[in-house]
Design a protein around this ligand. Structure first.
Ligand code: PMP
Length: 361
């Protein structure tokens, strides 16, 4: 079978060695005679796996000791609701920085719980979107927290600097950027991410939260979304998504073996540069994000002649290049090139794009 490269934005491809290991031990994990998904989450075998996964993640991301790592249900959208219900209990006000469709969705959810102030720092300059530097965001001084999305999965906009918010807790939706490059966790009060891009399969959501933010939740918050309850119960207040947690543990191990996030960032930069440089020199394709905010993980692009979109997608699929259709809200194409996508996949895409352009020019 010819090699297939899956550019889906999420659920996304997982590293091949991880999938192979999961396949090998599917029916008999760790000599238990059972699949890992058939074991009690409270049994010693799974507890050991869970603890090791957390430790590996702490090592990879250099998570300081005063942060809890929670393995939750509910996805990114679950956190759109959980964040305000846990943190919006001081002034009842929060600043939300909107840079694309996911941060906008976070606002819609948060508005149910308090007074949400929206900051919109995206500007269009010469047909390219760019984000104003964080020092120009004009954040308020009485917010319970500032929320932003460092990588907008749909729009392909990434913010590489970490905003300075002083004593105001900084909350980041890192669903599509987590583990793609090193970050200084201590600059954030809370980081969350749905697993289905760089962590594992959907159904698992990671929350990394500074301990002093626990215990502030609204009384009405459901127990399974209460960070303090989750932390006190080692993320086992209810039955966690054990198989997704297991796959995440394999991904963390894969990342460690590979050389950690510095190495991962280098590989990701190489892939993104390869694709952006090709698009940049082409008159057939176009990317509409300014260079300083081009996402390393999600590369949206447009054909100058959009009537060729369907043919492009059909031929790409025939060539083994899957899921290149842009999000329905923005159209065009999008290549998601998360950690698991090898450089060979990006090169195959560039070769295909070049040939397609030559055939239609
Ligand atoms: N935030 C971002 C940045 C995302 O990319 C997504 C999903 N693609 C979400 C939130 C929503 O995640 P979920 O579907 O897990 O609720």
């Amino acid at each position: 079978m010819k090699e297939i490269f899956n550019f889906c934005a999420g659920p996304a491809m997982l590293p091949k060695p991880v999938m192979q290991q999961a396949q090998t031990e599917f029916l008999n994990w760790n000599n238990t005679g059972c699949s890992v998904m058939e074991l009690s989450h409270r049994g010693p075998e799974f507890m050991a796996l869970a603890a090791k996964a957390e430790q590996d993640l702490r090592d990879i991301m250099a998570i300081p000791d005063n942060y809890k790592v929670l393995f939750c249900h509910g996805g990114g959208r679950g956190q759109f609701a959980a964040v305000p219900q846990n943190l919006l209990t001081g002034s009842g006000k929060a600043d939300y920085v909107v840079t694309g469709s996911w941060s906008q969705s976070a606002v819609s959810e948060a508005k149910k719980y308090g007074d949400i102030r929206v900051i919109e720092p995206v500007r269009e300059v010469n047909g390219k979107k760019q984000v104003l530097p964080a020092c120009e965001w004009q954040l308020s001084s009485d917010a319970d927290y500032v929320h932003y999305c460092p990588n907008e999965t749909v729009d392909g906009i990434e913010i590489f600097e970490v905003p300075e918010t002083g004593d105001i807790p900084l909350v980041a939706d890192m669903s599509s950027t987590i583990l793609s490059r090193p970050i200084d966790v201590s600059k954030f009060a809370l980081i969350y991410a749905g697993a289905q891009k760089n962590i594992g399969p959907s159904g698992l959501t990671l929350v990394i939260v500074r301990e002093d933010l626990l215990g502030r939740a609204m009384n009405s918050v459901p127990g399974i979304f209460n960070y303090q309850i989750l932390a006190e119960n080692d993320s086992m207040f209810n039955t966690p998504p054990t198989y997704a947690w297991y796959l995440a543990s394999l991904v963390f191990n894969w990342l460690k073996q590979l050389g950690g996030l510095a190495k991962m960032a280098q590989l990701n930069r190489e892939k993104a540069d390869c694709l952006y440089q090709f698009i940049e020199q082409s008159s057939f394709y176009e990317n509409r994000v300014a260079k300083q905010n081009r996402s390393t993980m999600n590369v949206p692009f447009y054909l100058q002649d959009e009537s060729l979109n369907d043919e492009f997608l059909r031929k790409a699929k025939e060539a083994g290049l899957l899921a290149l259709k842009g999000h329905r809200s923005v159209g065009g194409m999008r290549a998601s090139i998360y950690n698991a996508m090898p450089l060979a996949g990006v090169k195959a895409l560039v070769t295909f794009m070049q040939q397609f352009a030559e055939q239609h020019q």
